[in-house]
Design a protein around this ligand. Sequence first.
Ligand SMILES: Cc1cc2nc3c(=O)[nH]c(=O)nc-3n(C[C@H](O)[C@H](O)[C@H](O)COP(=O)(O)O)c2cc1C
Length: 326
Amino acid sequence: MIALLSTSITYLGLNLSSPLLLGSSPLTRHLEPVLALARTGLGAVVVHSLFEEAILQADQGADGSTAPIDAEPSWPSPDAHLAQVRRLVQALKIPVIASLNGRHAGGWVRYARLLQDTGAAALELNLYYLNAHLDLDSQTIESDLVRLVADVRAAISIPLAVKLGPYFTGLPAFCRRLTDAGANGLVLFNRFYQSDLDMEALQVVPTLRLSNSEDLLHPLRWTAILSRRVAADISLSGGIHTSNDLIKALAAGATTVQATASLLRHGPAHATTLLAGLSAWMAEHHYTSIAELRGRLAENSAVDPTNFERASYIQSLRTWDLRSMS
Ligand SMILES: Cc1cc2nc3c(=O)[nH]c(=O)nc-3n(C[C@H](O)[C@H](O)[C@H](O)COP(=O)(O)O)c2cc1C
Protein backbone atom coordinates (compact mmCIF):
# COMPACT_ATOMS: atom_id res chain seq x y z
CA MET A 1 0.00 0.00 0.00
CA ILE A 2 1.32 3.49 -0.84
CA ALA A 3 1.35 5.79 2.24
CA LEU A 4 -0.21 9.21 1.68
CA LEU A 5 2.40 11.94 1.65
CA SER A 6 1.69 15.30 3.27
CA THR A 7 3.79 18.43 2.84
CA SER A 8 1.62 20.54 5.16
CA ILE A 9 3.27 22.32 8.09
CA THR A 10 2.49 24.94 10.72
CA TYR A 11 4.55 28.13 10.52
CA LEU A 12 3.98 31.04 12.94
CA GLY A 13 0.77 29.25 13.92
CA LEU A 14 -0.46 29.31 10.30
CA ASN A 15 -1.41 26.05 8.62
CA LEU A 16 0.38 25.96 5.27
CA SER A 17 0.00 23.37 2.52
CA SER A 18 3.76 23.28 1.96
CA PRO A 19 6.96 24.61 3.56
CA LEU A 20 8.03 26.51 0.42
CA LEU A 21 7.42 30.28 0.51
CA LEU A 22 8.02 33.01 -2.00
CA GLY A 23 10.63 35.24 -0.30
CA SER A 24 10.15 38.99 -0.25
CA SER A 25 10.85 40.33 -3.75
CA PRO A 26 9.52 42.64 -6.47
CA LEU A 27 7.38 39.75 -7.79
CA THR A 28 4.58 40.86 -5.46
CA ARG A 29 4.42 44.29 -7.08
CA HIS A 30 2.26 42.64 -9.74
CA LEU A 31 -0.66 40.29 -9.31
CA GLU A 32 -0.12 37.94 -12.29
CA PRO A 33 3.19 36.28 -11.29
CA VAL A 34 1.94 35.82 -7.73
CA LEU A 35 -1.32 34.23 -8.87
CA ALA A 36 0.70 31.84 -11.04
CA LEU A 37 2.99 31.06 -8.10
CA ALA A 38 0.08 30.44 -5.76
CA ARG A 39 -1.16 27.73 -8.15
CA THR A 40 2.09 25.77 -7.79
CA GLY A 41 1.43 24.60 -4.23
CA LEU A 42 3.47 27.31 -2.52
CA GLY A 43 2.67 27.58 1.21
CA ALA A 44 2.62 31.39 1.51
CA VAL A 45 3.85 34.57 -0.09
CA VAL A 46 6.04 37.21 1.57
CA VAL A 47 5.36 40.64 0.10
CA HIS A 48 8.10 43.11 -0.92
CA SER A 49 9.00 45.39 1.99
CA LEU A 50 7.56 48.68 3.05
CA PHE A 51 10.65 50.67 4.06
CA GLU A 52 11.12 52.93 7.08
CA GLU A 53 12.67 55.50 4.73
CA ALA A 54 9.59 55.51 2.45
CA ILE A 55 7.34 56.13 5.46
CA LEU A 56 9.56 58.91 6.81
CA GLN A 57 9.66 60.48 3.38
CA ALA A 58 5.87 60.45 3.15
CA ASP A 59 5.56 61.81 6.70
CA GLN A 60 7.99 64.64 5.94
CA GLY A 61 6.21 65.40 2.68
CA ALA A 62 2.96 65.66 4.64
CA ASP A 63 4.67 68.13 7.03
CA GLY A 64 5.81 70.25 4.10
CA SER A 65 9.44 69.62 5.08
CA THR A 66 12.06 68.12 2.78
CA ALA A 67 12.70 64.41 2.36
CA PRO A 68 15.71 62.84 4.12
CA ILE A 69 18.68 62.35 1.79
CA ASP A 70 18.67 58.56 2.07
CA ALA A 71 15.07 58.29 0.89
CA GLU A 72 14.44 56.91 -2.59
CA PRO A 73 12.28 59.38 -4.57
CA SER A 74 10.67 56.74 -6.80
CA TRP A 75 9.17 54.69 -3.99
CA PRO A 76 5.44 54.14 -4.15
CA SER A 77 3.66 55.85 -1.31
CA PRO A 78 3.01 53.82 1.84
CA ASP A 79 -0.70 54.06 1.04
CA ALA A 80 -0.11 52.52 -2.40
CA HIS A 81 1.88 49.76 -0.68
CA LEU A 82 -0.98 49.04 1.73
CA ALA A 83 -3.41 48.93 -1.20
CA GLN A 84 -1.19 46.38 -3.00
CA VAL A 85 -0.98 44.14 0.12
CA ARG A 86 -4.77 44.33 0.43
CA ARG A 87 -5.11 43.36 -3.26
CA LEU A 88 -2.82 40.36 -2.75
CA VAL A 89 -4.73 39.25 0.37
CA GLN A 90 -8.02 39.40 -1.53
CA ALA A 91 -6.69 37.63 -4.64
CA LEU A 92 -4.78 34.76 -3.01
CA LYS A 93 -6.10 31.70 -1.21
CA ILE A 94 -2.75 31.13 0.53
CA PRO A 95 -1.55 33.31 3.44
CA VAL A 96 0.06 36.63 2.60
CA ILE A 97 2.88 37.75 4.90
CA ALA A 98 3.50 41.50 4.84
CA SER A 99 7.02 42.87 5.26
CA LEU A 100 8.23 45.96 7.07
CA ASN A 101 11.85 46.97 6.70
CA GLY A 102 13.71 49.31 9.03
CA ARG A 103 16.13 49.71 11.89
CA HIS A 104 15.05 52.50 14.27
CA ALA A 105 12.23 52.57 16.77
CA GLY A 106 9.88 55.48 15.99
CA GLY A 107 6.51 56.64 14.75
CA TRP A 108 6.88 54.80 11.41
CA VAL A 109 6.23 51.57 13.33
CA ARG A 110 2.49 52.42 13.22
CA TYR A 111 2.58 50.90 9.72
CA ALA A 112 2.91 47.47 11.36
CA ARG A 113 -0.68 47.90 12.51
CA LEU A 114 -1.79 49.26 9.13
CA LEU A 115 -0.23 46.23 7.42
CA GLN A 116 -2.10 43.98 9.83
CA ASP A 117 -5.32 45.80 8.92
CA THR A 118 -4.88 44.78 5.26
CA GLY A 119 -5.71 41.21 6.29
CA ALA A 120 -2.10 39.96 6.13
CA ALA A 121 -1.74 36.67 8.03
CA ALA A 122 1.60 37.62 9.60
CA LEU A 123 4.29 40.29 9.49
CA GLU A 124 7.94 39.86 8.62
CA LEU A 125 10.17 42.61 10.05
CA ASN A 126 13.42 42.97 8.15
CA LEU A 127 16.19 44.49 10.32
CA TYR A 128 18.56 45.28 7.42
CA TYR A 129 21.42 47.15 9.03
CA LEU A 130 25.11 47.52 8.37
CA ASN A 131 26.92 49.51 11.04
CA ALA A 132 29.69 51.86 9.94
CA HIS A 133 29.91 53.99 13.10
CA LEU A 134 33.12 53.74 15.10
CA ASP A 135 31.35 54.76 18.28
CA LEU A 136 28.45 52.31 18.07
CA ASP A 137 29.14 49.00 19.81
CA SER A 138 27.34 45.75 19.13
CA GLN A 139 25.50 45.75 22.46
CA THR A 140 23.92 49.13 21.67
CA ILE A 141 22.96 48.07 18.14
CA GLU A 142 21.36 44.85 19.35
CA SER A 143 19.46 46.63 22.14
CA ASP A 144 18.08 49.15 19.62
CA LEU A 145 16.95 46.34 17.32
CA VAL A 146 15.36 44.41 20.19
CA ARG A 147 13.47 47.56 21.18
CA LEU A 148 12.20 47.93 17.64
CA VAL A 149 10.98 44.31 17.67
CA ALA A 150 9.22 44.88 21.01
CA ASP A 151 7.54 48.03 19.60
CA VAL A 152 6.32 46.18 16.51
CA ARG A 153 5.14 43.25 18.64
CA ALA A 154 3.15 45.66 20.81
CA ALA A 155 1.52 47.23 17.73
CA ILE A 156 0.11 44.00 16.24
CA SER A 157 -1.67 40.83 17.24
CA ILE A 158 -0.77 38.71 14.17
CA PRO A 159 2.37 36.51 14.26
CA LEU A 160 5.72 38.27 13.84
CA ALA A 161 8.83 36.92 12.11
CA VAL A 162 12.12 38.82 12.26
CA LYS A 163 14.51 38.70 9.31
CA LEU A 164 18.15 39.09 10.28
CA GLY A 165 21.44 39.83 8.62
CA PRO A 166 24.03 37.04 8.70
CA TYR A 167 26.72 38.84 10.71
CA PHE A 168 26.07 39.06 14.45
CA THR A 169 28.85 38.18 16.89
CA GLY A 170 26.58 36.58 19.46
CA LEU A 171 23.83 35.37 17.14
CA PRO A 172 22.25 32.72 19.44
CA ALA A 173 22.00 35.15 22.38
CA PHE A 174 20.63 37.87 20.08
CA CYS A 175 18.03 35.44 18.72
CA ARG A 176 16.96 34.65 22.26
CA ARG A 177 16.53 38.36 22.99
CA LEU A 178 14.42 38.70 19.84
CA THR A 179 12.14 35.82 20.83
CA ASP A 180 11.89 37.22 24.37
CA ALA A 181 10.79 40.51 22.75
CA GLY A 182 7.99 38.68 20.94
CA ALA A 183 9.35 37.30 17.66
CA ASN A 184 7.49 34.10 16.75
CA GLY A 185 9.81 33.31 13.87
CA LEU A 186 13.34 34.08 12.67
CA VAL A 187 14.15 34.43 8.99
CA LEU A 188 17.78 33.43 8.36
CA PHE A 189 19.06 35.44 6.56
CA ASN A 190 18.78 38.74 4.88
CA ARG A 191 21.13 39.03 1.92
CA PHE A 192 23.58 41.92 2.05
CA TYR A 193 24.09 43.50 -1.32
CA GLN A 194 27.69 44.42 -2.00
CA SER A 195 29.13 47.38 -3.81
CA ASP A 196 31.93 46.96 -6.33
CA LEU A 197 34.47 49.49 -7.60
CA ASP A 198 34.58 50.60 -11.25
CA MET A 199 38.27 51.41 -11.74
CA GLU A 200 37.75 53.23 -15.07
CA ALA A 201 35.03 55.57 -13.84
CA LEU A 202 36.58 55.54 -10.32
CA GLN A 203 33.14 55.03 -8.87
CA VAL A 204 31.40 52.80 -6.42
CA VAL A 205 28.93 50.59 -8.29
CA PRO A 206 26.05 48.99 -6.40
CA THR A 207 25.69 45.36 -7.48
CA LEU A 208 22.86 42.91 -7.03
CA ARG A 209 24.19 39.41 -7.62
CA LEU A 210 21.47 36.79 -7.38
CA SER A 211 22.39 33.87 -5.15
CA ASN A 212 23.25 30.31 -6.13
CA SER A 213 23.17 27.02 -4.20
CA GLU A 214 26.57 27.74 -2.59
CA ASP A 215 24.97 30.61 -0.70
CA LEU A 216 22.82 28.07 1.11
CA LEU A 217 25.67 26.85 3.32
CA HIS A 218 25.71 29.82 5.70
CA PRO A 219 21.96 29.86 6.52
CA LEU A 220 22.02 26.06 6.57
CA ARG A 221 24.67 25.98 9.28
CA TRP A 222 22.87 28.53 11.46
CA THR A 223 19.53 26.80 10.97
CA ALA A 224 21.12 23.53 12.13
CA ILE A 225 22.68 25.27 15.17
CA LEU A 226 19.62 27.26 16.21
CA SER A 227 16.58 25.21 15.29
CA ARG A 228 16.54 23.15 18.48
CA ARG A 229 17.72 26.01 20.66
CA VAL A 230 15.40 28.92 19.97
CA ALA A 231 11.73 29.18 20.87
CA ALA A 232 10.75 30.30 17.38
CA ASP A 233 10.12 28.84 13.94
CA ILE A 234 13.03 29.25 11.57
CA SER A 235 12.44 30.21 7.97
CA LEU A 236 15.56 29.73 5.87
CA SER A 237 16.19 32.33 3.19
CA GLY A 238 19.24 32.25 0.90
CA GLY A 239 20.45 29.91 -1.82
CA ILE A 240 17.37 27.74 -2.42
CA HIS A 241 17.70 26.77 -6.07
CA THR A 242 17.09 23.01 -6.24
CA SER A 243 14.87 20.44 -4.52
CA ASN A 244 17.98 19.16 -2.81
CA ASP A 245 18.55 22.64 -1.30
CA LEU A 246 14.97 22.65 -0.04
CA ILE A 247 15.31 19.16 1.49
CA LYS A 248 18.60 20.10 3.20
CA ALA A 249 17.03 23.22 4.72
CA LEU A 250 14.19 21.15 6.20
CA ALA A 251 16.59 18.50 7.49
CA ALA A 252 18.61 21.26 9.19
CA GLY A 253 15.46 22.25 11.08
CA ALA A 254 13.82 25.01 9.03
CA THR A 255 10.04 25.11 9.41
CA THR A 256 9.69 26.98 6.13
CA VAL A 257 12.05 27.70 3.28
CA GLN A 258 11.95 30.87 1.23
CA ALA A 259 12.99 31.00 -2.42
CA THR A 260 13.56 34.34 -4.11
CA ALA A 261 16.39 34.41 -6.68
CA SER A 262 15.50 31.03 -8.19
CA LEU A 263 11.86 32.10 -8.70
CA LEU A 264 12.93 35.47 -10.10
CA ARG A 265 15.25 33.67 -12.50
CA HIS A 266 13.06 30.77 -13.62
CA GLY A 267 9.50 31.90 -12.90
CA PRO A 268 6.59 30.12 -11.21
CA ALA A 269 7.16 26.74 -12.92
CA HIS A 270 10.30 26.42 -10.82
CA ALA A 271 8.26 26.28 -7.60
CA THR A 272 6.43 23.25 -9.07
CA THR A 273 9.79 21.64 -9.83
CA LEU A 274 11.09 22.29 -6.30
CA LEU A 275 7.97 20.85 -4.67
CA ALA A 276 7.76 17.84 -7.01
CA GLY A 277 11.40 17.06 -6.17
CA LEU A 278 10.64 17.29 -2.45
CA SER A 279 7.67 14.91 -2.74
CA ALA A 280 9.64 12.44 -4.89
CA TRP A 281 12.54 12.44 -2.41
CA MET A 282 10.20 11.96 0.55
CA ALA A 283 8.45 9.05 -1.18
CA GLU A 284 11.75 7.44 -2.14
CA HIS A 285 13.05 7.75 1.45
CA HIS A 286 9.77 6.68 3.04
CA TYR A 287 8.85 9.96 4.72
CA THR A 288 5.12 10.58 4.90
CA SER A 289 5.23 14.04 6.51
CA ILE A 290 7.52 17.06 6.70
CA ALA A 291 7.54 16.65 10.50
CA GLU A 292 9.43 13.34 10.10
CA LEU A 293 12.10 15.03 7.99
CA ARG A 294 12.36 18.38 9.73
CA GLY A 295 15.41 18.72 11.96
CA ARG A 296 16.86 15.26 11.18
CA LEU A 297 20.24 16.93 10.73
CA ALA A 298 19.82 19.73 13.26
CA GLU A 299 22.52 19.97 15.87
CA ASN A 300 21.81 18.29 19.16
CA SER A 301 20.91 21.02 21.64
CA ALA A 302 22.75 19.12 24.40
CA VAL A 303 26.11 19.41 22.58
CA ASP A 304 28.19 22.61 22.79
CA PRO A 305 27.94 23.92 19.21
CA THR A 306 31.03 26.07 19.57
CA ASN A 307 33.30 23.06 20.12
CA PHE A 308 31.49 21.13 17.39
CA GLU A 309 31.88 23.97 14.89
CA ARG A 310 35.57 24.41 15.71
CA ALA A 311 36.19 20.67 15.34
CA SER A 312 34.40 20.71 11.95
CA TYR A 313 36.49 23.70 10.88
CA ILE A 314 39.75 21.97 11.76
CA GLN A 315 38.60 18.77 10.09
CA SER A 316 37.71 20.62 6.84
CA LEU A 317 41.19 22.18 6.66
CA ARG A 318 42.88 18.83 7.33
CA THR A 319 40.79 17.04 4.70
CA TRP A 320 41.91 19.56 2.12
CA ASP A 321 45.59 18.96 3.04
CA LEU A 322 45.28 15.20 2.56
CA ARG A 323 43.48 15.58 -0.78
CA SER A 324 45.98 18.05 -2.18
CA MET A 325 48.92 15.77 -1.27
CA SER A 326 47.50 12.62 -2.94
C1 LIG B 1 15.51 41.87 -6.42
C2 LIG B 1 15.36 41.52 -4.96
C3 LIG B 1 14.53 42.29 -4.15
C4 LIG B 1 14.39 41.97 -2.80
N1 LIG B 1 13.57 42.74 -2.01
C5 LIG B 1 13.43 42.42 -0.71
C6 LIG B 1 12.55 43.16 0.12
O1 LIG B 1 11.86 44.10 -0.31
N2 LIG B 1 12.47 42.83 1.44
C7 LIG B 1 13.17 41.78 1.97
O2 LIG B 1 13.04 41.49 3.17
N3 LIG B 1 14.01 41.04 1.19
C8 LIG B 1 14.15 41.34 -0.10
N4 LIG B 1 14.99 40.60 -0.88
C9 LIG B 1 15.78 39.52 -0.26
C10 LIG B 1 15.12 38.16 -0.47
O3 LIG B 1 13.84 38.10 0.16
C11 LIG B 1 16.00 37.01 0.08
O4 LIG B 1 16.13 37.13 1.48
C12 LIG B 1 17.38 36.98 -0.55
O5 LIG B 1 17.31 37.23 -1.94
C13 LIG B 1 18.04 35.62 -0.33
O6 LIG B 1 17.25 34.59 -0.87
P1 LIG B 1 17.55 33.91 -2.31
O7 LIG B 1 18.92 33.35 -2.25
O8 LIG B 1 16.48 32.86 -2.45
O9 LIG B 1 17.45 34.99 -3.32
C14 LIG B 1 15.12 40.88 -2.24
C15 LIG B 1 15.92 40.10 -3.08
C16 LIG B 1 16.04 40.41 -4.43
C17 LIG B 1 16.92 39.54 -5.29
